[in-house]
Design a protein around this ligand. Sequence first.
Ligand code: AMP
Length: 200
Amino acid sequence: MNSFEDSGLSGELLKAISELGFESPMPVQAEVIPYLLGAEGDLIALAQTGTGKTAAFGLPLLQKLDRSSKRTRALVLSPTRELCMQIAGDLRDYSKYLGGVSILAVYGGASIKNQIDALRKGVQIIVATPGRLLDLINRHEIDLSSVDTVVMDEADEMLNMGFLEDIDSILACIPDGHRTLLFSATMPDEIEKLSMKYMR
Ligand code: AMP
């Protein structure tokens, strides 16, 4: 893929990213976007922060999102509150012209009650830190039974922060047959084990 125009992305998404000043795809986007729009398989991408990985997974995720119901279809796991807010904000920017996309960031250190109120209204894309997400799952405030896409962003960072057990528990709640996209700056043994266990 040499340009966004021949990427297969919809007019609504192209308009939004053009307004954000995206003129040509960054390398990870050129590789990942056509793959995610085409095949149904899982993906592992070695990518650092600042390489454009949010749009690489976010644009195809939004394009393929079933917007006909308010059920949660996609889950993005990220290590920190800041990154969660960043990703949720970026996804909102990209979806500006799609209409009817609900995106929520859930992370620790903020009122859980406000997050629960928002979840009860129905959220299609949840961007979460593992600890808070697991807390909400244990309180039965999150239903992951319709999730078809899981993104693990900065996976190595999540493991460094000790989230492996939480991630294990979260992934156990997600039905078989979903697609997993893993982004990591490095590929230590633990990431390889995680991918062997959960990815096809
Ligand atoms: P990320 O690695 O996803 O955090 O993206 C790094 C920065 O690059 C963000 O500020 C994005 O808005 C910006 N960006 C992503 N893709 C493009 C693109 N194709 N052209 C210009 N800027 C971009």
